[in-house]
Design a protein around this ligand. Structure first.
Ligand code: G3P
Length: 215
């Protein structure tokens, strides 16, 4: 299983890479808006930090605009993957970009048929948003199970990125289902490796070691 970090913050990304917890990066317009600088410079800086796919989102509403943006984004670095929202125009763009060798990540996916359509159009990645489904009372991880099953049924090569991750439980469940990737905010990456029994265990060992040191 791969972990991506869901962030446009270079400091966070560098830390996650140093921990071995970032095989790639996903961004979206909201995450980029939290950082200073031009989007192009932010994407370029991120690509310097990580040796893996970096998703940058197209914001046009028509396929011609998405394709134009995608071509520009792909010039920034060979690791750029263009995020395209699922819709008819988006699928047209995905299919054309696949022909041109530009990888896409179809985003804002909230049902299994959107994911199947994305794979048929030739998306390299698909991003079901589990947290946002949970927020409206639908089971986000059930969607991931459905997508993984459908892709396996037909041996579709599109990789599933579990996105909108809000807690370590989402990551554990994604791994149990066999999703290819979870994209995780830095806060949750830190939570993944913490346990109160680890903290108290370290404290006890340090205290007892003081006795050994004075021998
Ligand atoms: O990057 C897409 C996705 O992970 C957004 O998550 O927390 O805004 O629903 P969130």
């Amino acid at each position: 299983m791969k972990f991506f970090i869901d962030s446009a913050n270079v400091q966070e990304i560098k830390k996650a890479v140093a921990m071995g917890m970032a095989d790639g990066v996903t961004t979206n317009p909201t995450l980029v808006a939290k950082e200073n600088g031009k989007p192009r410079d932010i994407y370029a800086a991120i690509c310097e930090c990580v040796d893996g796919p970096v998703s940058a989102e197209a914001v046009s509403l028509d396929s011609a605009g998405m394709i134009r943006e995608a071509r520009e984004l792909a010039q920034i670095h060979r690791n750029i993957v263009v995020k395209i929202p699922i819709c008819t125009e988006g699928l047209i763009a995905v299919r054309q970009l696949k022909e041109e060798g530009i990888r896409t990540n179809v985003t804002l996916v909230f049902n299994a048929l959107q994911a199947l359509a994305s794979a048929k159009a030739g998306a390299a990645f698909v991003s079901p948003f589990v947290g946002r489904l949970d927020d409206v009372g639908e089971a986000g991880m059930e969607l991931v199970e459905q997508i993984v099953t459908i892709y396996r049924n037909y041996e579709l090569p599109t990789q599933v990125i579990v996105a909108s991750v809000r807690s370590p439980m989402h990551v554990r469940d994604a791994a149990l289902i066999g999703a290819d990737i979870a994209t995780i905010p830095y806060r949750v990456i830190e939570q993944l490796v913490r346990h109160p029994l680890t903290d108290s265990g370290v404290q006890t060992f340090l205290k007892d070691w003081e006795k050994v040191k004075s021998r």
